[in-house]
Design a protein around this ligand. Structure first.
Ligand SMILES: [Cu+2]
Length: 182
């Protein structure tokens, strides 16, 4: 008799209690956690397409009461054979939105607006993230709250305009999500 039939016979044996073995319980737990994880991933990871561009996981950070600015981050991939350029940003969350870059001047981190837009090279990828290129929503009309989303329209030279949803994450978020799968 094979292992399988021995086990089946045992399961049908009189007096055998129909309860889960410890390893079966563990299996179910792992499966449930996996489902939770997949759920969380799809809630946070979101992407948008316009022309040859793919915009992944636009996100912002919740701001303290009274804050007038908020950052905006995402990764943009250019699947086309010609470079494109992010020219302008607008959102009804703030009076205006700019593209900024960070730099170190005399040992101090500074940020300044980028003039002429941001190039996305043909076949290339540009990450906007804390400490690097980022969007700056200036003159906030309200405080973005963790868990909500707000719409932002990005205008590219070739691909044109696309409205994307920025997910608002916690104040302490550092952008680890942006490193996944890159
Ligand atoms: Cu800035």
């Amino acid at each position: 008799m094979s292992q399988f039939f021995r086990a089946a016979a045992h399961a049908r044996a009189p007096g055998h209690r129909n309860t889960l073995l410890p390893e079966q319980r563990l299996g179910i737990l792992v499966f449930a956690l996996a489902l939770l994880f997949v759920g969380a991933q799809s809630a946070f990871a979101h992407e948008f397409k316009v022309g040859d561009l793919e915009i992944e996981h636009p996100w912002s950070r919740a701001t303290p009461a009274g804050a007038k600015v908020a950052g905006g981050y995402f990764t943009v991939t250019n699947k086309g054979s010609a470079p494109d350029r992010l020219l302008s940003i607008s959102s009804d969350v703030s009076d205006k939105a700019e593209l900024h870059e960070m730099g170190v001047k005399d040992g101090v981190m500074t940020m300044r607006p980028v003039s002429g837009g941001l190039e996305i090279p043909a076949g290339g990828k540009v990450a906007l993230k804390p400490g690097a290129y980022h969007l700056m929503f200036m003159g906030l009309k309200r405080q973005p709250k963790q868990g909500e989303k707000f719409s932002v329209t990005l205008t590219f030279e070739k691909a044109g305009a696309v409205t994307v949803e920025f997910a608002v994450e916690g104040m302490g978020e550092t952008g680890g999500m942006d490193d996944h799968a890159n």
